[in-house]
Design a binder for this molecule. Structure first.
Ligand code: E4P
Length: 231
């Protein structure tokens, strides 16, 4: 599963990229607005950091013509940009036209398998079901995700499923178990994936034991960089 960060914050993008784990980012108007700088500059800086990965940038028009204008403009900024359009009739009309022009489209704000079916038939590059927001309304985000995966597999749609609005490691792991193509998550969730209390406890006890026997064990690195531990 590819890992995308759901952020427009350049420090977070840089930190995830430094691990060599970042395959792309998703932004949305709310995330972009938080950063308080020109959108084009922000997206281009993100493209620089993400390098070969994908940067998702969303239109803000709600009519098809406006989405077409914005979509073409966003796609012209950088070859790694994927244009996000909302799952509305106007958005799907824009998807149909932009897809025909070779522009990659991510249909966002998808909350049902029925919506995901339409999006795949209309040629979306990514479909973004929002798990956490479904959970917030007492519907099971993971269940909707599994319905989408079943339908896409049955018809071998090339549209990639981008599980969005992931709220914790369980969402990420369950999405991966289903074979979802991409998971996009806030930096906080990305950090949580690293952690396990037993890792911390185990490391602390290893280091404590090493310290106790340090005189006998010696140093791992000598001035010549040769391993001498235990000799
Ligand atoms: C995806 O593209 C969206 O930006 C995102 O996942 C929304 O998640 P939220 O529900 O945490 O805002």
């Amino acid at each position: 599963m590819k890992i995308f960060l759901d952020t427009a914050n350049l420090d977070e993008i840089q930190q995830a990229s430094d691990f060599g784990l970042l395959d792309g980012i998703t932004t949305n108007p709310t995330l972009a607005a938080r950063e308080g700088r020109p959108f084009r500059e922000l997206i281009l800086k993100a493209c620089e950091i993400v390098k070969d990965g994908v940067v998702n940038a969303e239109v803000v028009s709600t009519d098809t013509d406006g989405m077409l204008r914005e979509g073409r403009e966003l796609a012209s900024w950088h070859p790694n940009i994927v244009v996000k359009v909302p799952m509305t009739p106007a958005g799907v009309r824009a998807l149909h036209v932009l897809h025909g022009e070779g522009i990659r489209i991510n249909v966002t704000l998808v909350f049902s398998a029925a919506q995901a079916l339409l999006v795949a038939k209309a040629g979306a590059y990514f479909v973004s079901p929002f798990l956490g927001r479904l959970d917030d309304t007492a519907q099971e985000g993971l269940h909707v995700l599994s319905e989408i995966m079943d339908i896409y597999r049955a018809y071998q749609f090339p549209t990639q499923v981008l599980a969005a609005s992931l709220r914790g490691p369980l969402h990420v792991v369950e999405a991966a178990r289903m074979g979802v193509h991409i998971g996009t998550m806030p930096f906080k969730v990305f950090e949580q994936l690293f952690r396990h209390p037993l890792t911390d406890v185990g490391l602390a006890s290893f280091l404590k034991d090493w310290q106790k026997a340090r005189k006998v064990l010696g140093e791992i690195i000598t001035t010549t960089g040769v391993r001498t531990a235990g000799r």
